[in-house]
Design a protein around this ligand. Structure first.
Ligand SMILES: NC(=O)c1ccc[n+]([C@@H]2O[C@H](COP(=O)([O-])OP(=O)(O)OC[C@H]3O[C@@H](n4cnc5c(N)ncnc54)[C@H](OP(=O)(O)O)[C@@H]3O)[C@@H](O)[C@H]2O)c1
Length: 337
């Protein structure tokens, strides 16, 4: 049965105002916080490990938590309407579940699970990059515990992936080298970190529920147990390279370009992962997304226009990515996988 604001108890306010976020100071979390704060419509509470040294953005309330003490997580989540989880990929596997279980006990109705990647409806790709079943299990757990989810399908983060070393989009800015997968013409749909933040803020700033059956406006409830699809650009490695050269004022002569087959990169990455070397993961993940017959392109589902998201410039995003290179190099755990 669809829910309407008109049927809610007296005092119901048709808005998502109290938002909790894990990873407020993180790669994507900081962009989500920034965009949410700009709306002026939300009170943000950052759940952060009690001994974390990560810097949290100004303007958020801080709730220190201890993953080994559920009561601290439940207390931090009491009264929250929406929990956004952005968590380091190397966090212990059960951390997501600890948050979800605590959210259920605290009465939080909605959760954005820690995904922010490929199209959840492309099951084959999800299985081959190994992340699909993990995300499905996270969403299933949310539903099983009586809550609802909204997950973000944004493809690769363009700026981050450009900056993040050879294993990602093939660029090594220190060596001025580029590995092109196959011929470099296969396109992926990708999103900038800031566009992910804007999209999340747009959805969470909608009315929570339609007023009544005649209300056809966009609402948060329209996305429940569904993906939020966004795309900044649909771009090939060759197009990225053209953009990089324009932005850096360089030419082909300044770059060493090699080609490698996506299939070989995928197999090599997989072999490394199977031997316990997570350096292979990025390699297999990005190589698989550029398979000619089934690339990571879900731009046909993009909801940018529906949400009124601004158009972006590829070259500006390329500049943002180049500016991120040193910052990512200071995160060795990130560069190693
Ligand atoms: N589409 C893409 O290209 C792409 C790329 C990378 C990642 N992703 C996805 O986005 C998600 C978020 O990535 P991110 O880079 O934003 O995360 P991140 O910045 O590395 O980490 C986010 C937060 O996780 C917490 N954290 C760190 N280590 C932890 C640990 N050992 N145990 C528990 N919490 C820990 C920290 O919060 P506190 O210190 O405040 O506790 C940190 O600020 C990833 O898990 C992945 O699913 C997508």
């Amino acid at each position: 049965m669809p829910e309407y604001a008109k049927n809610q108890p007296a005092g119901f306010k048709n808005a998502v105002e109290r938002v909790a976020i894990v990873g407020a100071g993180g790669t994507v979390g900081s962009h989500i916080v920034d965009a949410l704060l700009k709306t002026g419509k939300h009170t943000l509470t950052a759940l952060s490990r009690k001994d974390s040294s990560n810097k949290l953005p100004e303007g958020v309330l801080v709730a220190p938590i201890d993953y080994d003490n559920e009561a601290t997580i439940i207390a931090a989540l009491k009264g929250q309407q929406f929990l956004i989880i952005t968590m380091a990929p190397n966090a212990p596997r059960d951390t997501h579940s600890k948050l979800v279980q605590a959210a259920a006990k605290a009465g939080v109705p909605y959760i954005m699970p820690n995904q922010y990647g490929a199209d959840i409806e492309n099951v084959k790709l999800g299985e081959e990059i190994m992340l699909g079943p993990v995300g499905k299990a996270q969403r299933d757990e949310i539903e099983r515990l009586g809550m609802q989810w909204i997950t973000v399908c944004c493809g690769f983060w363009y700026d981050y992936s450009l900056a993040g070393g050879e294993a990602r989009f093939g660029f090594d800015f220190d060596k001025r080298s580029l590995t092109i997968y196959d011929e470099g013409n296969i396109k992926n749909s990708v999103s900038t970190l800031s566009q992910v933040g804007c999209a999340v803020a747009k959805v969470l700033s909608l009315k929570e529920l339609p007023d009544d059956e005649n209300d056809k406006s966009l609402t948060v409830s329209g996305w429940l147990n569904k993906a939020l699809y966004i795309t900044s650009f649909v771009v090939s490695q060759n197009e990225m390279f053209e953009s990089v050269k324009r932005v850096m004022g360089t030419s082909d002569a300044d770059w060493t370009v090699t080609h490698e087959s996506t299939k070989k990169r995928y197999e090599d990455g997989l072999a490394l992962v199977k031997s316990g070397n997570m350096a292979g993961f990025g390699k297999l993940l990005y190589a698989r997304a550029f398979y000619p017959e089934d690339p990571g392109n879900c731009s046909d589902k993009a909801q940018n226009e529906l949400l009124g998201l601004s158009e972006e410039s590829l070259d500006e995003a390329t500049q943002v990515g180049i500016n991120m290179v040193k910052e990512l190099q200071r995160r060795p755990e990130r560069m190693a996988s």
